[in-house]
Design a protein around this ligand. Structure first.
Ligand SMILES: N[C@@H](CCC(=O)N[C@@H](CS)C(=O)NCC(=O)O)C(=O)O
Length: 219
């Protein structure tokens, strides 16, 4: 039996998990979360009432949170690309960077996008301003961090890069990365050239018109 991923191709967290699956050529069933498939949606919501995706179902086990999906795949469906190093010290660095991309790139990016789809009276301009400030701080830190590095944790592609791809992709659309942050731009370009992430981006292309802030005509 193969694992089942409930996901949507335009979702950044789903692209994070998909990047890991594509890196290792893992065999899985893709259940698309779409209003045209209410049964799949109902099944997903019954399995995970928090209603955040992706989730991975393997037999009678449901794994939630993209990071943990990737950890689980490494444990149960290992492939040639080891996304979490065996060395515990090196793994700490990878997990720390994974938290950086989730908490300080993706979370503020989502805050800005979610605010944009609210009706005017429900908007939170102060929260959006805070999110923009956080993104600026995160871009500045990442620019220094990426000096002389190819991937977030060094020379090899890891879990941290699986999240960095989609999060920097959408963050630049949401709150443009200053051209002065050259290391961040170069890293974002490298991620876009990585075939596993490029495939996830391609699968999301048909949905670009739904990006609430208007998708730029690039990438
Ligand atoms: N902490 C979750 C976040 C997942 C998440 O925010 N997914 C978004 C799609 S990118 C989602 O479920 N959005 C649906 C919603 O907010 O209702 C993870 O790491 O997997």
């Amino acid at each position: 039996m193969k694992p089942v991923l409930y996901a949507h191709p335009f979702s950044s967290y789903c692209q994070k998990a998909l990047t890991a699956l594509y890196e290792n050529g893992t065999d899985f069933e893709y259940r698309m979360l779409d209003h045209a498939q209410p049964e799949t949606l109902a099944d997903f919501e019954a399995r995970w009432p928090i209603k955040r995706f992706p989730i991975l179902v393997d037999g009678d086990r449901t794994i939630v949170e993209a990071t943990i999906v990737i950890e689980y795949l490494g444990l149960r469906y290992p492939g040639p690309v080891k996304l979490i190093p065996d060395d515990p010290d090196a793994a700490i660095e990878v997990r720390m960077l994974d938290r950086f991309f989730d908490n300080y790139i993706s979370t503020p990016q989502q805050k800005i996008v979610f605010d944009a789809i609210r009706s005017e009276p429900d908007r939170d301009p102060y929260g959006v301003e805070e999110a923009r400030r956080m993104l600026e701080r995160a871009y500045a830190w990442l620019d220094r961090h990426m000096e002389g590095r190819e991937w977030a944790a060094g020379e090899v592609f890891t879990l941290a890069d699986c999240g960095a791809g989609p999060f920097l992709f959408y963050a630049d659309w949401t709150h443009a990365i200053d051209p002065g942050f050259r290391n961040v731009h170069a890293y974002r370009r490298r991620l876009l050239e990585r075939s596993a992430f490029a495939r996830a981006v391609d699968e999301g292309r048909p949905y670009r018109k739904f990006f609430p802030l208007g998708a730029p005509d690039r990438d």
